[in-house]
Design a protein around this ligand. Structure first.
Ligand SMILES: *Cc1c(COP(=O)(O)O)cnc(C)c1O
Length: 239
């Protein structure tokens, strides 16, 4: 019995130390100007603490309930980012503490975030999610929608959101040229918005693009934030 226990403990430690070497190796591949958001969805509190103890403080979750559950059990100085689709009726629960919402995919949602932020007495940093992939199912604005003249008025009316940039997800493909083209489109979309709406605003500077499989290409194409999970924690077990 004791023997078995020892084996399991060792296995566990083995796996945790892999994560430490993963994060150390990943850090050498990300320039200092690019922020790492450690994507901790589906990972346990122990796994997250392991990476926290390596010095990481910025974690990203894609589901509100999971984010709320984990936040309660983890240190207060973690900077939580929401990276997945947010339903308007769930915005209220995360606004008081969330550091950034990457996945704003409609003006209705942006308005809700604004009014909840007014109530919470804070200004919430947001990114506009742009649909850049060929796949149909992904959430986000189209580049055309954001090029609309009314966008400027809409955003300027919202006192308690700070639109800091854009976010996008490339197609899930091994075709690097396709992925590069999509990231390049996101950068063009960022540049156009910057010029049109945010030129004097120094806070409009983030391009959140790049995941485990494509972060190198994303950085080459101008990413300022990469969102990485599997490369740190290992492959996610499909539920
Ligand atoms: C899961 C997820 C990631 C990270 O994916 P990995 O392939 O594990 O690095 C990044 N961004 C979003 C929006 C995600 O949902």
């Amino acid at each position: 019995m004791f023997f078995l226990f020892t084996i399991f403990t060792d296995l566990n430690i083995g796996c945790m130390s892999d994560m430490v070497s993963n994060i150390n190796s990943l850090r050498t591949k990300i320039p200092a100007s690019v922020k790492l958001v450690v994507v901790s969805k589906t990972r346990s509190v122990d796994e997250i603490m392991n990476i926290y103890n390596c010095g990481e403080r910025c974690f990203g979750e894609n589901r509100v309930q999971e984010l709320l559950d984990k936040k309660k059990k983890l240190p207060m100085d973690i900077e939580w980012h929401l990276i997945g689709h947010l339903q308007t009726n769930k915005a209220k629960s995360i606004i008081p503490f969330v550091s950034m919402i990457h996945s704003v995919d409609s003006f209705r949602l942006l308005e809700t975030i604004n009014s909840e932020s007014v109530k919470a007495g804070k200004v919430t940093d947001c990114l506009l999610q742009v649909h850049i992939a060929e796949e149909e199912t992904k959430f986000g604005f189209s580049a055309e929608e954001l090029a609309d003249a009314n966008v400027s008025d809409l955003i300027s009316k919202m006192s308690n959101v700070r639109v800091c940039g854009v976010m996008g997800m490339a197609s899930f493909t091994s075709d690097t040229n396709q992925v590069r083209k999509e990231f390049r489109n996101l950068k063009l979309c960022f540049d156009a918005l910057k010029k049109k709406l945010f030129a004097p605003k120094e806070y409009f500077r983030e391009i959140s693009m790049g995941m485990s499989g494509d972060f190198k290409t994303a950085i080459e194409e101008g990413s300022t934030m990469v969102r990485i999970g599997s490369l740190i924690f290992g492959e996610r077990v499909k539920k």
